[in-house]
Design a protein around this ligand. Structure first.
Ligand SMILES: NC(=O)c1ccc[n+]([C@@H]2O[C@H](COP(=O)([O-])OP(=O)(O)OC[C@H]3O[C@@H](n4cnc5c(N)ncnc54)[C@H](O)[C@@H]3O)[C@@H](O)[C@H]2O)c1
Length: 345
């Protein structure tokens, strides 16, 4: 991981000294225009590399886009020892990592993350994915990049909603693995500045967990805190044809519900549960969930990947800074927390 204000320069030096003389750069329409010039400035070698451009956001994570890219890599005669550089947010690095890890049975790749969510989460940990139709992340690999580069220079252009997406995952990292970091983030009066100043500490939580359990046998599941209900909320919103709820916002709501479930099961103190809910409300507002049908939410929850057979399993906090994985949760508890908290809002 190359992270911090000098990251692009360090990457330029690394590339110049590496054995990679040839490769391609993958961008979306935004990063090709706004971010690529900065990268080329730091790594002039890239001026002669072909640039492959895909649509912005989740739309690029399709098998169709992957097929187009495999074809373009072939046309540019990118070979076994060449390098693909993925320059963008989480959608682009998910796609680019997938394409690189499957083309010619796998070529080397580098992620240069340009969103906060990418820097603290998506570009770390080696998971790659494309969506299968409407089903998110259905097809993918776990393969680690040569380098992940995170330079905060890119964050200057980030939109408000994208800051919130990054905040949600950063808060989650703190809640599952670093109580001191949680205090710093939750006490902050300038949360953007605090996130940038603590970038490496936020990344350290995920890196530590992934190092111990790269293929998500158990420990890594703790990073899914907030995601069981978060994903179910995203699916409900999709089904209800609402404006798509951003992933970060859904995870933030998921963390509130799952903390309440943990409290109701006697795992988490009410004080910690209240602190988590207050933080989320302060940054994300009070979620209006009257549109959500609890039966449909339960339906999507039952499909969650962490479940074992018919039992719902979640990663739940035991206290701030610590999380227990694989906790069996009864449908009654989930429903009662859902009903109580949905009617409150
Ligand atoms: N692989 C993993 O472990 C992992 C973890 C978390 C999330 N993800 C995935 O990440 C994706 C979401 O990623 P994201 O939130 O980074 O968004 P994104 O990659 O979908 O990008 C969102 C928008 O931000 C724009 N953008 C990129 N950099 C920018 C910048 N510097 N300034 C302004 N705009 C910029 C993009 O062009 C795009 O329009 C989802 O597909 C999710 O599934 C993957």
């Amino acid at each position: 991981l190359i992270s911090g204000p000098d990251a692009l320069q360090t990457f330029g030096v690394w590339l110049a000294q590496s054995d990679f003389a040839k490769g391609a750069v993958l961008c979306d329409e935004f990063t090709a225009e706004q971010c690529l010039p900065l990268v080329r400035n730091a790594a002039p070698l890239l001026n002669s590399w072909p640039v492959l451009v895909v649509p912005r956001g989740e739309a690029c994570k399709s098998l169709q886009e992957a097929t187009n890219l495999w074809q373009q890599l072939t046309d540019y005669r990118i070979g076994r020892n060449d390098l693909l550089i993925n320059l963008g947010g989480g959608s682009l690095t998910d796609l680019g990592g997938f394409v690189a890890s499957t083309y010619l049975r796998g070529i080397a790749f580098v992620h240069i993350a340009t969103t906060l969510l990418g820097m603290v989460d998506a570009a770390l940990g080696g998971k790659t994915a494309v969506d299968l139709g409407p089903v998110k992340n259905r097809v993918g690999t776990t393969v680690f990049p040569e380098r992940t580069v995170c330079d905060p220079v890119f964050l200057k252009t980030l939109l408000e909603e994208a800051w919130l997406d990054g905040l949600a995952e950063s808060a989650k990292h703190a809640l599952v693995g670093d109580a001191g970091l949680w205090k710093i983030i939750s006490d902050s009066h300038n949360v953007k500045q605090t996130l940038v100043a603590n970038l490496e500490r936020i990344q350290a939580v995920k890196l530590r967990v992934v190092e111990q359990d790269p293929f998500e046998k158990d420990l890594r599941m703790m990073l899914n805190f907030g995601h069981s209900i978060g994903h179910a909320i995203e699916s409900c919103a999709l089904e209800a044809e609402l404006k798509l709820i951003s992933h970060g916002r859904a995870v933030a709501m998921g963390m509130v519900f799952e903390s309440r479930i943990a409290s109701q099961m006697g795992l988490l103190s009410d004080t910690d549960g209240d602190a988590i809910a207050a933080f989320i409300t302060r940054h994300f507002g009070v979620p209006g969930l009257s549109w959500m049908n609890p039966d449909r939410l339960m339906h999507f929850l039952r499909l969650d990947k962490k479940n074992n057979g018919r039992t719902i399993r979640m990663s739940l906090p035991e206290r701030i800074g610590s999380c227990r994985t694989g906790v069996e949760v009864s449908e009654e508890v989930v429903l009662s927390v859902l009903l109580e908290n949905s009617t409150r809002t």
